[in-house]
Design a protein around this ligand. Structure first.
Ligand code: ATP
Length: 446
């Protein structure tokens, strides 16, 4: 496999150069740790989201989706515990004005109040709430405060009864949601890993309280295997169990799925046993009954919740890091993103070998016909080898070249990104052949 490992510098530069991810408001000097997804980045992100959505809703007949508003009643965040508990201890440097999370700077610095950047004096740690606050309506007073949601989960909990009553689901069942979340975090480095505005893909599974261990184990394993299905190398994934000090206020048990990023093992998804904490708190704060009647056992209870909470934007970084590869081919460096074909931003690129003799027109018409089936890209500029390399670098799994033989026997060259192998395929068999290749894709080592 790779001769050289992926670094963040290489990823950031490739992402900018090829239109995956740009810095936000770049022409104004950029807004720190905010990022915009370019033409290829948005395709990649959408495909990851669709893959997750299909995996969670379409493939499970007892999981349905919702899309809740970002701004919710402010009492939601009192009930959830975020107003009271969602703090990080922060220290400020009086000299350079930088702010740090107290638990993320060396202990020596914290003890001696020395700024790790400039050596200036640090303040005492202060609790800093991570929720973004704004006002809804024309008056900016305490009664108009709303928060930008720091997690998508609460939108699911407050709709538990609505979904239950309208969908005729029986416990156990799940509600899935993908959407933006906001946290006013200190986010100094590591590209899109940690941003103040990000996207989550969450599924909340409502269960009988006495079945929590069983469903926790089930989702823990299921979610791990999902990443393997997405094409992530198994050896770059692991579990991390939260010890008693790490457990969030709502959690009885928690495991993270971690990924081996270029800067170390870090969380990608959390699987949490949230017990009946959330529904009970919403019952208390709203005065509404959110219990469930099990009509077979004639029993009423407040369901427990197993949560699977993944970062969508963080998964984009995982997918890019895991796909990045470099190798030497015929004395030249080849950079290749080995995306699983199901999430590659472009599925098929079509080239004429040369522009003349009608080959360009023929290639164009083949490309147009393929649009119905796949995202395509047409390129007639430069040497054919260069065109292949450009597609390798953005992770296009299949390239088709139209040459003189095409005019004689209606076949084209189909070239595979990973192996660089080439085969001849009949024009009318291209869609089925590519679909088969996608279905049978064996991953990065194949
Ligand atoms: P961390 O410890 O990294 O701050 P967390 O434990 O607070 O994360 P959760 O609240 O469990 O994270 O959120 C679930 C998922 O949402 C995380 O696994 C991560 O993928 C994603 N996520 C959380 N915060 C951010 C962020 N600031 N930027 C990007 N993704 C995030």
């Amino acid at each position: 496999m790779s001769e050289s490992v992926v670094t963040m510098e290489k990823l950031v530069s490739l992402c900018k150069r090829r239109g995956f991810i740009f810095q936000s408001s770049e022409i104004y000097g950029g807004l720190s740790s905010a990022w915009d997804y370019g033409p290829l980045g948005v395709e990649l992100k959408k495909r990851i989201q669709n893959f997750w959505w299909k995996e969670m809703t379409q493939l499970n007949d007892n999981i349905v989706g919702i899309d809740a508003a970002i701004m919710m009643h402010p009492r939601v965040w009192e009930a959830s515990g975020h107003v009271e508990n969602f703090h990080d201890p922060m220290v400020d440097c009086k000299k350079c004005k930088l702010r740090f999370r107290a638990d993320q700077i060396p202990e020596e610095n914290l003890k001696n109040h020395v700024c790790p950047e400039c050596g200036g004096e640090l303040t005492e740690p202060r609790q800093f709430n991570l929720m973004f606050k704004t006002h809804m309506g024309p008056v900016e007073d305490d009664s108009s405060i709303v928060y930008l949601r720091p997690e998508t989960a609460q939108g699911i909990y407050v709709n538990f009864k609505n979904v239950l009553q309208t969908s005729r689901l029986k416990i156990p069942f799940g509600i899935a949601q993908v959407g933006k979340a906001f946290r006013n975090e200190i986010t100094t480095k590591n590209f899109i890993f940690r941003t103040c505005e990000f996207e989550q893909m969450e599924m909340q599974y409502f269960i009988r309280p006495d079945e929590d261990e069983k469903w926790f184990e089930y989702w823990k394993e299921k979610r791990f295997e999902y990443y393997v299905k997405l094409g992530i190398r198994r050896e770059n994934l692991r579990f991390h169990q939260h010890g008693p000090d790490e457990l969030a206020h709502y959690a009885k048990k928690a495991f993270d799925i971690e990924y081996n990023f270029p800067f170390g093992w870090k969380e990608l998804e959390g699987i949490h046993n949230r017990t009946d904490y959330d529904l009970k708190r919403h019952m208390e704060y709203s005065g509404k009954d959110l219990s469930y009647l099990d009509d077979i056992n004639r029993e009423r209870f407040v369901p427990y919740i197993i949560e699977t909470s993944a970062g969508l934007t963080r998964t984009v970084l995982v997918v890019l890091s895991d796909a990045y590869d470099e190798e030497t081919v015929e004395g030249e460096k080849r950079v290749v993103l080995r995306f699983h074909p199901i999430i590659a931003p472009i599925t098929v690129a079509v080239f004429p070998l040369v522009k003349k003799d009608g080959l360009a027109d023929l290639a164009r018409s083949i490309e147009k016909n393929l649009r119905e089936h796949f995202t395509t890209f047409y390129d007639q500029g430069g040497a054919i080898g260069r065109r292949y390399r450009r597609q390798d670098e953005v992770g296009t799994p299949f390239c088709i070249t139209v040459d003189y033989q095409t005019k004689e026997d209606n076949t084209v060259t189909l070239r595979f990104r990973d192996s660089m192998e080439q085969v001849r395929v009949k024009i009318n068999e291209i869609p089925s052949r590519i679909n088969d290749e996608i279905k049978n894709y064996r991953g990065k080592e194949s």
